[in-house]
Design a binder for this molecule. Structure first.
Ligand code: 4AD
Length: 429
């Protein structure tokens, strides 16, 4: 048994091959039947003739419907008129399942498509997206493994918030309240005292009530924590990591990017250095980006969308005012009202895909920030312990992989970048 991609080659021309898959399209006349068969790798035009198959088999073939599953034997020939340049002449076939009408087609409403994602992920378009996602996840892991990091696993049922209480999901836990993890960051911080450079890839949960084009309630979060690193070094690592991922997608998924109609020039441009800009500089220039802002304003989806429509390459935005970021970020010793953090904003209007920076590593400073944020010190006893025993400077970041995928594939909504999106009111399929 071969996959379709492997039979689309001059070397196979004239040879007998055997393939399996699903009917992607079918067109039939009285004596000839064209089936476009798909498998995970590609599609191929197959042709069955009455004179070769006989009446009974020909009628069986001609009665197949979209998404029926089958196996075909035959010989393959180069044919420039066929959709992928080759045609397979059917000598015999077997049917696994003949369908009734497949419910999902191209012209369906967004709601219907989302309700039927379990079927829609078979589409050529979704097949391309899933392949690109697979490359993104693999490239992320490879980058860090190749650079001496260790992959670790953190719990996802937790007792404390990392990113503020408003987006916490509460779950019953044997008479107590537990929460679904918003970020594994605090656990990753514990691991660096053993392994120094660590990463993890896992879901994060945010009870985001607003429905925006870039928020999911469950998303894939790639997080990294590095002993001894400062904010600048962290940005260097991230820039190389993003470029590695983009390079791998360009190398491995040219065909898929083409299916999605992605203009790859922007991706190629992102292989050049990323600009770094302080929050205060952005505010000064904000009118020229078409989004007038004043110092202290937060950047949400709309603001970032407008600002980043002026850019064709990702930028790092640094030194946010303390009030805009979570309590664990380290203030800049030169200017303590600003913190040593960064967001990586994707171009073409996409905005934030990474949040990261230096962590407070002084015990008293951290206690002060916990209290200032009206949090309970006891809830963070183990996080504080890290600042009591052999504390060190360190930094880290969290990358939203679905947001990265959305930008790389140039999609209009994050729901189209993940196979099974979870958003407000969507818990199926
Ligand atoms: O900026 P965030 O909230 O930072 C953290 O969670 C840190 N603890 C990460 C760390 O330093 N280890 O989230 C990080 C990234 C964002 O930049 C964004 O890409 C993604 O996670 N993200 C979301 N993606 C989809 N839907 C949501 N609701 C998201 N919230 C955050």
């Amino acid at each position: 048994m071969q996959n379709i991609n492997s039979v689309l080659s001059a070397d196979e021309s004239g040879k007998q091959v055997e393939i399996r898959g699903w009917v992607y399209r079918i067109r039939t006349g009285s004596k000839i039947c064209f089936i476009i068969l798909r498998d995970s790798s590609n599609i191929i035009q197959c042709v069955g003739k009455l004179e070769d198959l006989g009446r009974e088999k020909f009628d069986q073939l001609a009665s197949l419907t979209i998404e029926s599953s089958m196996e075909i034997k035959g010989s393959v020939y180069e044919d420039s008129r066929a959709i992928t340049g080759y045609e397979l002449k059917i000598s015999s076939f077997a049917i696994f399942q003949r369908n009734d009408n497949f419910p999902v087609s191209k012209d369906i409403s967004e709601e219907f498509e989302l309700d039927n994602r379990h079927l829609w992920i078979r589409s050529r378009e979704f097949n391309a997206k899933l392949k690109i996602r697979s490359t993104i996840f693999q490239a992320f892991r490879d980058f860090f493994i190749d650079n001496g990091y260790f992959e670790v696993q953190a719990p996802l049922m937790v007792s404390t918030a990392t990113e503020g209480g408003s987006t916490l999901f509460k779950v019953p836990f044997f008479g107590e309240d537990a929460f679904l993890s918003q970020s594994t960051q605090f656990y990753l911080e514990t691991f660096i005292f053993s392994l120094e450079k660590v990463f993890t890839v896992s879901p994060s949960f945010r009870a985001e009530k607003s429905r925006t084009w870039r928020h999911l309630t469950e998303y894939w979060h790639a997080e990294v924590e590095v002993a001894w690193a400062d904010n600048n070094q962290m940005m260097e690592i991230e820039e190389k990591m993003i470029q590695h991922i983009v390079r791998m997608v360009l190398e491995k998924n040219n065909e898929e990017l083409h299916i999605l109609g992605r203009d790859i020039k922007v991706l190629e441009d992102s292989l050049h250095p990323f600009q770094r800009m302080k929050y205060s500089q952005l505010i000064e220039k904000s009118s020229s980006y078409g989004m007038p802002l004043k110092y202290g304003d937060d950047l949400g989806a709309d603001e970032e969308k407008q600002i980043m429509s002026n850019f064709t390459r990702p930028i790092f935005l640094t030194h946010f005012p303390e009030e805009l970021k979570t309590f664990y970020h380290r203030p800049d010793p030169q200017n303590p009202s600003q913190i040593l953090c960064h967001d990586l904003l994707a171009p073409e209007g996409y905005g934030e895909i990474i949040g990261g920076g230096e962590r407070i590593w002084n015990y008293n400073e951290l206690v002060e920030r916990i209290e200032k944020n009206n949090l309970k010190k006891d809830d963070y006893y183990w996080y504080l312990d890290l600042r009591k025993y052999g504390s060190i400077p360190h930094s880290g970041f969290g990358l939203g992989l679905d947001r990265l995928a959305m930008w790389i594939m140039h999609l209009g909504n994050i729901k189209d970048a993940i196979p099974y999106p979870r958003t407000v009111r969507r818990l199926k399929p």
